[in-house]
Design a protein around this ligand. Structure first.
Ligand SMILES: Nc1ncnc2c1ncn2[C@@H]1O[C@H](COP(=O)(O)OP(=O)(O)OP(=O)(O)O)[C@@H](O)[C@H]1O
Ligand SMILES: [Mg+2]
Length: 332
């Protein structure tokens, strides 16, 4: 698979990873903007002699409490080594876990020994061997279950982030990168864990129109069609990938547009509360900071996107924007 562009982002992230850790980094951006792909590329391109990656992808995992979180970090010695080597090879990044023998693992889970102390110890060993540990936490929103389910488990997230602060800002021992498209959840974690002056944000957005058009042309799509595709759907990397595989690329984006529109109609129906919000966003009113459950739902359902750094709420993609305008026009 060809990796497109992102020179500027790669440069920034590599530089960040090669300097001394001093903050947690939240990498955020709209759905399918290419966050995971970009960071994997950065890790792949940085020499394995320089960094040691602990990559935790929470997607597909059910995380409802303490033990589940520990099972993300720790593995029994030799566990699934073949599988792990296979995945590392395929992804071209080196995957590491904190390995313990069975008895030790049990002690960690039963809280007889402090998991964070063990991790800190291992990370110090890595650092002393001349490698900078990098912990990547992908799909942070999977921890949301902990917020929704058990009030008693909530302090766990706070503890985890306090540990991340210790690893970065206090000990300068390891980089911690946290990725998600759920920016409401980042803000919740940020405020609950009092992360002011401990973290940075980095945005990975869709490709701009010119870059997206150049990418399509470089993949063999005609100039006229490339322009049309970008006009309809913008520079969403996932869409660009879908488009280039197909014999009739314009049909693909038209199909995706129809899907986006039907899903939007299914969710909002004729409910005035949703329509009013879409109308305001379509009218370029910035609703950032407005406390409203319906607005929050539209962000959580990935129709709208909230950018916590630039302080704006906008349509997730150009497809969503056009669908919203058509829905609004139809009911007028
Ligand atoms: N720079 C790139 N070059 C080529 N393909 C890319 C690039 N960035 C992303 N893609 C493709 O776009 C799709 C979405 O990318 P990716 O999963 O990295 O996005 P994401 O922002 O992590 O998504 P999510 O919000 O779901 O976590 C993938 O199919 C990926 O292969
Ligand atoms: Mg991702």
């Amino acid at each position: 698979m060809k990796f497109w562009d992102r020179e500027k982002e790669k440069r920034w992230l590599k530089h960040y990873l090669l300097t001394e850790p001093n903050s947690i980094l939240f990498v955020y951006g709209p759905k399918s903007s290419g966050k995971t792909t970009l960071l994997m590329k950065v890790v792949e391109e940085l020499s394995r002699d320089t960094i040691k990656t602990y990559w935790y992808d929470l997607r597909g995992k059910v995380i409802s409490g303490y033990e589940d979180v520990l099972r993300v970090f720790f593995r029994e010695k030799g566990w699934g080594k073949k599988v792990l080597d296979g995945i590392s090879k395929m992804l071209k990044i080196d995957l590491n876990f904190f390995e313990l023998d069975g008895g030790e693992l049990l002690k960690v889970i039963n809280k007889e020994v402090d998991a964070f102390e063990i991790m800190e110890d291992r990370l110090s060993t890595d650092k002393n061997s001349g490698k900078r540990p990098v912990i990547v936490f992908d799909e942070l929103q999977k921890l949301k279950d902990i917020y929704l389910n058990g009030g008693s488990q909530r302090p766990l997230i706070k503890e985890l982030f306090n540990f991340f602060v210790r690893l970065t800002k206090v000990l300068h021992l390891a980089h911690v990168i946290v990725m998600t498209s759920d920016t409401f959840f980042i803000e919740q974690v940020y405020f609950d864990s009092t992360l002011e002056n401990t973290s940075r944000y980095y945005s990975v957005d869709y490709f701009d129109d010119k870059t997206a058009k150049d990418i399509l042309i470089s993949e063999g799509i005609s100039e006229r069609e490339s322009e049309k595709i970008v006009e309809i759907s913008g520079g969403v990397p996932w869409i660009l990938r879908e488009v280039i595989k197909d014999e009739n690329p314009i049909e693909v984006v038209n199909e995706l547009y129809k899907q986006t529109k039907s899903k939007m109609i299914e969710l909002i129906g004729h409910d005035e509360r949703y329509l009013n919000i879409l109308k305001e966003v379509a009218g370029e009113k910035n609703l950032y900071g407005t406390k409203d459950d319906i607005l929050k739902e539209l962000v959580e359902r990935e129709i709208l996107f909230m950018d916590p750094v630039n302080g704006e709420i906008r349509f997730q993609t150009r497809l969503h924007e056009r669908a919203a305008r058509e829905v609004l026009k139809a009911i007028r």
